[in-house]
Design a protein around this ligand. Structure first.
Ligand SMILES: Nc1nc2c(c(=O)[nH]1)N[C@H]1C(S)=C(S)[C@@H](COP(=O)(O)OP(=O)(O)OC[C@H]3O[C@@H](n4cnc5c(N)ncnc54)[C@H](O)[C@@H]3O)O[C@H]1N2
Ligand code: MOO
Length: 486
């Protein structure tokens, strides 16, 4: 990690929480300052968030869940909706490492050959040698004249255009008009740019600025010789790689096959069109997850909407051919939260069952069988984003063979409220040298993340202004290969 600064520790988080509580009670500044003039609305998202933080059960409190067995499942959702789940939430960095490790345990799939345009966003399975010299012939770099020897020159009548067959050799004192990209005739000593030459009334060419020997000639093989190593295995196929591969003679590329993902959207309360009504809401995750998963390197096989029905969920999981099933909702212990009981019935191995991160702490990662995994994202939309970035990103990155992104930090422009014990992921926008935290960052809100460039990793307790925070770039903020794939 680069440039990580000191992090403010101690009870900064609690202070914000105290402040928010005091404000919510209408008590003004709890530090003893003048009372605030800003009216405190009950719906103020920041204050609601702060209130939620203190109301939450602390992992270190006596009521906190005890250590859990790795395969420990809670009682079935129907058995006791309010029963606390006996499990140990995984620290956030460890959850990411476990997701990476889970993917590394998957046997690699055989490389595939794809048309270059179908390889965009995938990773080269083998080094890419040049199939030709580049340029493949001596090329004029400018419009003007190919000249031989010192001037003035007699100009031959026929010119040389790019894409045309070669011209005969020039004699000393001869010139021929030439276009950028055209083959340079044999025995040419330089290209005289059109703006550096003039012809007299006898048609002889004079230089207004003498060209140096070899000027503006791109010699054959200047960029590479046939067989030269151009790119290493593991390189992500970007638009520029497509261009280079085409220039170097490729009609197809050997790439690693993308991991196959399937999205199962759970919830009876979800509408796919129109306005929310009668307690029903729009499904925000069905539209968001497929392009996001593609941006993370996956091929999305299907998005299925599953009613709150354990059997339907089990059937969908069993039938799926995906390497990674991503479920949304149903991770908590409500009466219709079927993910845990279903995984238990499938004898899945829970690798991560809850993470010490806000939002998104009920997220989970399970191994379903050889090479097959399931990431359970919480239903609250920003909590689902947190699960994507925490568990799905490392897993898909490794399965796709993509390189580890270089971690980086930026100072945060304002203080950021932290959770007392857990990591927080907060949407930020990058402005110059600073990360600016965005509002509307509650678990059920997408307004912040929709305007964000990255998620800032806020340590327990929060930070003051200027603290260096690790940033997780959102895929499209990297000039997204995902955008290219969409
Ligand atoms: N007793 C407890 N209740 C809850 C806990 C807890 O620890 N104990 N955790 C809370 C947290 S934190 C989260 S996050 C949620 C996670 O809930 P689930 O994963 O079970 O998700 P649901 O209950 O199905 O939905 C939660 C919320 O999100 C809305 N939702 C669901 N899917 C979508 C979608 N596709 N698009 C838009 N919104 C969606 C759903 O309507 C709910 O409002 O549990 C808390 N409860
Ligand atoms: O409230 Mo929940 O932290 O996972 O979104």
């Amino acid at each position: 990690m680069t440039g990580r600064g000191t992090r403010e520790t101690g009870n900064g988080g609690e202070r914000y929480v105290e402040e928010a509580l005091a404000m919510a009670r209408g008590e003004g500044d709890p530090q003893g300052g003048a009372a605030r003039t800003r009216p405190v609305l009950p719906q103020d998202p920041d204050i609601e968030e702060a209130l939620a933080l203190v109301r939450e059960e602390s992992p270190s409190s006596p009521a906190a869940p005890a250590e859990a067995a790795t395969r420990g499942f809670p009682a079935g959702a129907g058995d006791s909706p309010a029963a606390p789940r006996h499990r140990a939430a995984t620290p956030w960095p460890r959850a990411r490492a476990l997701a990476e490790r889970a993917a590394r345990s998957v046997p690699p799939r055989a490389p595939v050959t794809r048309r270059p345009e179908a390889a965009l966003g995938l990773v080269l399975a083998a080094p890419l040698p040049a199939l030709t010299d580049l340029p493949s012939f001596d090329t004029s770099a400018m419009d003007g004249w190919a000249v031989a020897g010192p001037g003035p020159w007699d100009v031959r009548e026929e010119g040389v255009l790019a894409g045309h067959a070669g011209h005969g050799p020039l004699d000393d004192g001869e010139a021929v008009r030439i276009a950028t990209g055209a083959r340079v005739p044999p025995d040419t000593t330089a290209i005289l740019r059109s703006e550096h030459g003039r012809t007299d009334d006898k048609g002889r060419l004079h230089a207004t600025r003498d060209p140096a020997h070899g000027q503006d000639i791109r010699p054959r093989g200047q960029e590479c010789r046939s067989g030269d190593h151009l790119l290493s295995a593991g390189t992500v196929v970007t638009p520029a790689v497509l261009g280079l591969a085409a220039a170097a003679g490729y009609d197809s590329l050997a790439v690693l096959p993308p991991p196959r993902a399937e999205v199962l959207v759970l919830g009876d309360e979800l509408l796919t069109e129109g306005l929310p009504k009668d307690g029903l809401i729009r499904d925000a995750l069905g539209p968001m997850l497929p392009p996001w998963l593609r941006a993370l390197g996956a091929e999305v096989l299907a998005v299925r909407r599953i009613a709150d029905d354990e059997r339907a969920l089990r059937k969908a999981i069993t039938r799926s051919a995906a390497d990674l099933i991503v479920t949304t909702g149903g991770t908590a212990s409500g009466p219709v939260d079927h993910v845990h009981p279903t995984l238990a019935k499938l004898d899945a191995e829970l690798l991560v069952d809850g993470v010490q991160v806000r939002p998104g702490h009920p997220m989970l990662l399970a191994r379903l069988g050889e090479g097959r995994h399931l990431v359970g994202l919480p239903g609250n939309p920003l909590a689902a984003v947190s699960g994507l970035c925490t568990l799905a990103e490392p897993l898909l990155r490794v399965l796709a063979g993509r390189p580890v992104p270089e971690p980086y930090t930026l100072p945060v422009r304002e203080a950021v409220q932290g959770h007392p014990h857990d990591t927080r992921l907060v949407p930020v926008t990058v402005r110059g040298e600073y990360a600016v935290p965005l509002h509307f960052n509650g678990p059920a809100m997408l307004r912040g993340i929709a305007a964000a460039d990255a998620l800032a990793v806020v340590p327990p307790g929060g930070t003051g202004p200027g603290a260096e925070l690790e940033l997780l770039d959102l895929p499209w903020a990297l000039a997204g290969i995902g955008v290219c794939l969409a």
